[in-house]
Design a protein around this ligand. Structure first.
Ligand code: DSN
Length: 446
């Protein structure tokens, strides 16, 4: 070990490796990357400035970087049947911001699912910068958890938005992209302006790449944004796919839907970002190549199968699920309605047994964001580790045993009195988790 490797930071990384190895990750937006993705991220590419795009950089010495970014672009296009890919967004939030900036003027209207209904912060939550710049109008969900298409249509005609956005972070149905595309077409005819159809597929991009979910770009949408670290199993980052004509990003182009790929390139750099993170782009390229392999289709299918088994078993054990189940990998449980406990309390109790998920508000939740009635969970990370249907049944059983402890304890502080019961479940979780190693963590390192 070198002197540097004795830095306290590396000791803490070891602790995190242990936490990840000995617990089970149920947070639906998290996953594990391969050793090769880790290797590319930890490379000397981080030393390089490369503002601009392949072949059009503002610094010298980019001949290798250009090849890497071009590979990432080509692989992303292939994965999503896109005409263009911008692989530079540092995150999903940056990707969304760049698309708004590419297409909208300040004050323009964007119709998106509201946050309480299951949308995302960057889709117009008042606390964000973009909500101050653009006029967001929010549509909701129906009783059964699906998009309220009638409301979406009504609001679209009323507000004649420049963008209609389909995407979400707590939603378990498959959107009807064709229906939304038809609404955009009608609004464009009525208003005389083109309407950009944008899909934020951060949660399901890996399912799309693996053929287990429809691709909005095949259903009339011009733009799809995503993060690369969720179901795509890449590094933490963002990605924008688009349909249209790819022009020179250094030259201005006319504001038309056809030119959206170039408008987006210009909006990412220099519009909203500076130097790209080429070590992360290299890791994206490595992940995309993994996602292009036939095995990735099996992975995508198994995520959905595992989610269905888990959802059905939870229901059998008395858990009430939003939408009564899931069509993707995401499960939203109403723990308040099911057992009278709130999501934060339940999240804290599950943490103690090594099952990690997040408390989540439900549509029209009286508990708000701080004491929500629900928890959100999903199967992408567990499926990466190789857990299957048998293990999903055990996860559901542990979740129910923790519910019973919560009911008895009645609040978070009182959980201290249930240490031995919680530790017994913790030990069972640890034993199972260690049988399914985390990719990228060598057993001797944990
Ligand atoms: N934080 C992510 C999620 O968990 O859904 C989205 O940004």
């Amino acid at each position: 070990m070198t002197a540097d490797a004795k830095d306290r930071v590396f000791e803490i990384i070891k602790l995190e490796e242990k936490r990840q190895s000995e617990g089970l990750e149920l947070i639906p937006s998290e996953n594990y990357v391969s050793a090769n993705v880790l290797k590319a991220m930890g490379s000397v590419l981080t030393n390089k400035y490369s503002e601009g795009y392949p072949g059009k950089r503002y610094y010298g010495g980019n001949e290798n970087i250009d090849q890497i970014e071009s590979l990432a672009i080509d692989r992303a296009k292939q994965l999503f049947n896109a005409d263009h890919a911008n692989v530079q967004p540092h995150s999903g939030a940056n990707a969304n911001e760049a698309v708004y900036y590419a297409w909208c003027q300040p004050g323009d209207t964007i119709l998106a699912m509201s946050l309480p209904a299951g949308g995302h912060l960057t889709h117009g939550s008042p606390v964000t910068r973009s909500a101050k710049v653009y006029n967001f109008v929010g549509y909701g969900v129906t009783e059964d958890g699906d998009i309220d298409y009638d409301e979406l249509e009504k609001l679209a005609h009323e507000h004649q938005p420049q963008v209609i956005l389909v995407g979400y972070s707590a939603f378990m149905k498959i959107p009807d992209f064709d229906r939304v595309a038809a609404v955009a077409k009608d609004v464009a005819e009525e208003s005389g302006h083109e309407v950009l159809l944008m899909a934020d597929m951060a949660h399901v991009a890996g399912l799309i790449a693996g053929g287990a979910h429809p691709n909005p770009l095949d259903h009339g949408f011009q733009v799809m944004t995503t993060t690369t670290h969720k179901t795509l199993r890449g590094p933490r980052g963002g990605l924008i796919l688009s349909k249209g004509v790819v022009g020179n990003p250094l030259k201005k182009v006319e504001h038309t839907l056809e030119n959206i790929p170039t408008l987006i390139d210009r909006a990412v750099f220099p519009g909203t970002q500076g130097g790209p993170l080429e070590h992360v782009i290299a890791a994206k390229a490595v992940a995309f190549e993994e996602d292009l392999q036939p095995e990735f289709h099996d992975y995508a299918r198994m995520i959905v199968e595992n989610a269905n088994v888990l959802a059905e078993e939870l229901k059998r054990l008395g858990f009430v699920l939003q939408g009564d189940g899931t069509e993707n990998h995401l499960i939203l449980v109403n723990v308040k309605q099911s057992f009278g406990i709130d999501g934060k309390f339940y999240e804290a109790a599950l943490d103690k047994v090594g099952l990690t998920l997040n408390a989540n508000a439900l549509p029209s939740d009286a508990g708000g964001a701080f004491r929500p009635s629900g928890v959100r969970l999903g199967t992408p990370a567990m499926t990466t580790r190789g857990l299957g249907q048998q293990e999903m049944m055990r996860v559901a059983e542990w979740m129910k045993r923790v519910v019973e402890i919560c009911i008895e304890a009645s609040d978070e502080e009182a959980l201290d009195g249930y240490e031995s019961e919680l530790e017994a479940i913790r030990e069972e979780v640890r034993k199972l988790a260690l049988d399914f190693p985390v990719p990228g963590i060598k057993p001797q390192d944990r």
